[in-house]
Design a protein around this ligand. Structure first.
Ligand SMILES: [Zn+2]
Ligand SMILES: [Zn+2]
Length: 104
């Protein structure tokens, strides 16, 4: 299992057949950003707001630390100053860069 508990796992993989975007679905609670390993509560204010959380609302486990800072510093080390605008290596677009053991 990738996440702390079944509830979290279900919530993150759940796709609503009535709403294409999670923000449009009042039932959607948690947004997970694989590339940052970051969890947040979806704020249904008409935008795409997410409030970061530290603990799982269901099982109370401490959630893994956000990799956002490391994502930026690793890409900067590779020469990307503005990774959100640049064509970054594919593994940095999802969780591959931090979930796979490094080779060499
Ligand atoms: Zn949990
Ligand atoms: Zn829905």
């Amino acid at each position: 299992m990738k996440h702390c508990c079944d509830k979290m796992e279900d919530e993150i993989v759940r796709v609503c057949d009535q709403h294409d975007r999670r923000w449009d679905c009042p039932d959607a609670l948690i947004h997970y950003i694989p590339k940052f390993n970051e969890y947040g509560v979806i704020i249904h204010d008409g935008g795409q707001s997410v409030m970061g959380i530290t603990f799982c609302p269901w099982c109370g486990s401490r959630l893994p630390e956000s990799m956002r800072d490391r994502w930026f510093s690793e890409l900067e080390a590779l020469g990307f100053d503005d990774p959100s605008e640049e064509d970054i290596p594919e593994q940095y677009t999802d969780d591959r860069w931090h979930s796979q053991p490094k080779h060499g």
